[in-house]
Design a protein around this ligand. Structure first.
Ligand code: ADP
Ligand code: MG
Length: 697
């Protein structure tokens, strides 16, 4: 145990950075459990914030609870019953009573917690009140009073923290540990600069730490949370500002873009650029002509015409005698890009190579050699482009078609392949401002906010199961007129086999409904060559109806496809639906986006309502973020967002903007952070490895 004034351990000077093992109540075993939660030092423990609070000052009598509101009740366990339901599932029902009445707490599929409930014991329950057959709380928080009462540190306000904990540590114990750790508050070091604390009206650290764990009111919880949210955002934005600063000082290539080059490139485009494309192009031209490496994000809705803009950048590099690379998130997309560029480049003499995983090794070997020797002008591929064996002779520009799958690190790896190539990242979907400032906060941003002219509208219809025949009639009519249709099935990792099966069955069913049409199936498990072949046949109109899993989500461009059916549309995220919708309506004919769905939850219903109401990608993105939260927004686990504990990107945009402004100003004035040693320390601790802040430390 540390006592104030005693030197902590030989290696740490400030006890706040000392091992938890020396905290009273923490032996080697508990230290291990805490370590598994990522908690090693006293500071770690103090920064492990409650995930919720229980307001015990307002414990209600069971007879007084109101339906559909959250409440905390206290009572005796009267009976415990584990009931099997269907397919091996179960429900645990615990009847709890106080002087005023009884309520049943139910937990679904958690048979293992049954042992914890003993009749006669006192329990606190916190959760939403429902009435099905009788008064219920479904999956409430629970806590046993008898067991944990001893030495229970309550805050005088009666507001009790609930921590995210793991097996082996219960709430009562965790609270006691935090209470102990709070004795070290005098040792905490305030990293935030004083003037910012004042200007942004933030709670000072020492006060905020006390309030976040044992708050004096729910109001002060909010203030404390706001302070820590700002702190997280500020430290992260400082890291981004440092990255940006570093790249800005590097010397890259200054490309020449004379009138001739410009004309030459424009002649390859079969249309006039929109004003929005022109504006963005000018920003890119400025970047490329400057000796500092370009580091830019190109945002634009699906179909807004990002590809030509990217192509311009690629061709500028080639015209200057450099190599160019285009990196896509999937093989299908890389193939699609190759195809598109070949179409634009028919009149140009230029050597291209496609580099994806799983190509025949002889071809790959030849391609690698040609890339190394500079014979290939333009390499298109997946992340195979950044594998170790790929060496460019003189890589001048890299366009990353991101779809959020290339994190900061991969971007860096590409950078290392050349002499500081210019980097242009394209996002295939609109991203809410708070997320783009986080994920791409180190980049300059260009936005295309206008669609090319002559687009036909897409009609979006939500079709419940009982009206399927009408939808089939519509498909029949359109395909008979020579149009093509996509039918998309959901595919998620956890139920991949089942999903694949339903797509297969769906294709068979459609073939039997439309015997005169050619139906084909495309899915992610197929070999790349087979995928290419099917996509090719669809483009060449040898397939009428293409049934597929989500692989077509991005980038497929078949103007003759005027129908897209989404099976189980309730399972798709809003951004995904929007993305899919962008694949049709590319020709001059009216297109139909048909959502087959019978949503079961209010959220799924809300999503379908939004997608049928608006086609504004940015609005859809914001709604999606609000509905699903930042972690789920991208629908993939490798989204690369930092793991914020207090900040909530769905709600904290104003705070994020403030923190960003402050961080960037600070770095502009003092790039070495000489006058902010604690900021520097914390930023490096947290982000040095992740954001490659080499050369900063
Ligand atoms: P994005 O990559 O932003 O989704 P694309 O670059 O694939 O969009 O463009 C979508 C479609 O619009 C393509 O078929 C492309 O040929 C066409 N297009 C792009 N810019 C223009 C323009 N200025 N005028 C007319 N058509 C355009
Ligand atoms: Mg595109």
């Amino acid at each position: 145990m540390y006592t104030v004034g005693v030197k902590a351990s030989p290696t740490t000077e400030n006890p706040i950075y000392g091992s938890l093992q020396y905290l009273k109540g923490v032996g080697p075993w508990r230290a291990q459990v805490l370590g598994r939660m990522g908690l090693f030092t006293i500071q770690d423990l103090l920064y492990h914030f409650p995930r919720d609070y229980q307001d015990r000052s307002s414990i209600k009598a069971i007879a007084e609870v109101e339906l559909d509101t959250s409440a905390t009740i206290k009572g005796k366990i009267l009976s415990v019953r584990l009931r099997p339901t269907w397919k091996g599932r179960s429900v645990l029902e615990v009847l709890v009573g106080d002087a005023s009445g009884t309520i049943t707490a139910t937990w679904f599929n958690m048979p293992f917690i049954k042992e914890k409930f003993r009749t006669g014991e006192e329990v606190l329950l916190h959760g939403k009140i429902k009435r099905y057959r009788y008064l219920q709380m479904v999956n409430p928080e629970f806590e046993f009073l008898n067991k944990e009462k001893e030495d229970e540190p309550l805050s005088p306000s009666g507001i009790v923290p609930i921590y995210p904990v793991t097996e082996g540590i219960n709430q009562g114990l965790f609270r006691r540990l935090v209470r102990k750790a709070l004795e070290f508050v005098p040792y905490l070091e305030e990293a935030l600069p004083g003037p910012l604390i004042e200007a942004r009206h933030l709670l000072p650290l020492k006060e905020a730490i006390g309030e976040v764990h044992f708050p004096s009111s729910l109001e002060s919880v909010k203030k404390a949370r706001r302070r820590f949210a700002y702190e997280e955002l500020f430290l992260f934005q400082t890291a981004l500002a440092l990255r940006r600063q570093r790249i800005k000082t590097e010397r890259g290539n200054a490309f020449r873009i004379g009138l001739k080059v410009d004309e030459h490139i424009r002649r390859l485009f079969p249309f006039r650029l929109t004003q929005s494309q022109e504006k963005v192009l000018e920003e890119i031209r400025q970047d490329m002509q400057s000796p500092r490496p370009m580091n830019r994000l190109l945002q634009g809705d699906v179909g807004s015409g990002k590809t030509v803009v990217a192509l311009y950048a690629l061709l500028v590099a080639v015209a200057n005698g450099f190599q160019a690379a285009l990196m896509a998130p999937t093989e299908v997309l890389a193939g699609q890009h190759l195809h598109t560029l070949q179409r634009y480049l028919q009149k140009a003499t230029l050597k291209m190579a496609l580099l994806v995983g799983g190509r025949a090794s002889k071809v790959r070997k030849d391609d690698l050699k040609a890339i190394r020797e500079g014979e290939i002008n333009l390499a298109i591929g997946t992340h195979a482009l950044i594998s170790r064996d790929v060496q460019f002779k003189n890589l001048g520009v890299v366009v990353v078609d991101e779809q959020h799958k290339f994190g900061v690190l991969q971007r860096d790896r590409l950078r290392q392949k050349g002499l500081m190539p210019d980097v242009l990242v394209m996002t295939a979907t609109p991203i809410p401002r708070s997320l783009s400032l986080t994920l791409f906060g180190d980049l300059d941003i260009s936005i295309i906010d206008e669609k090319p002219p002559g687009r036909s509208p897409v009609k979006t219809l939500w079709i419940p199961r009982r009206r399927l025949t009408e939808a089939y009639d519509l498909i029949h009519e359109e395909v008979k007129r020579g149009r093509q249709a996509f039918v998309v099935y959901p595919l998620v990792e956890d139920s991949e086999k089942l999903d694949l099966k339903s797509a297969q069955e769906g294709a068979e069913r459609l073939q039997s409904i439309f015997p005169e049409f050619r139906v084909a199936l495309l899915h992610g498990r197929m070999a790349p060559a087979q995928k290419d072949q099917i996509m090719g046949s669809f483009r060449d109109k040898k397939i009428d109806i293409l049934v597929s899993t989500i692989v077509i989500e991005v980038g497929i461009d078949v103007p003759n496809a005027t129908i897209m059916v989404i099976e189980h549309a309730e399972r798709f995220g809003l951004a995904q639906l929007h993305q899919l919708r962008g694949r049709i309506g590319r020709g001059s004919e009216v297109s139909y986006f048909l959502l087959f769905a019978d949503p079961k939850t209010p959220e799924a219903r809300k999503r379908l309502e939004i997608i049928t109401q608006t086609s504004d990608g940015f609005r859809i993105a914001e709604e999606d973020l609000k509905l699903r939260g930042p972690g789920e927004f991208f629908g993939t686990r490798q989204h690369g967002l930092p793991d914020f504990k207090a900040a909530d990107l769905a709600r904290d945009l104003p705070l994020l903007k403030a923190a960003r402004e402050d961080a960037f100003k600070m770095i502009e004035a003092d790039a070495s952070l000489e006058s902010f040693p604690l900021v520097k320390k914390r930023v490096l601790e947290k982000y040095k490895g992740r954001l490659r802040l080499v050369g900063v430390g």
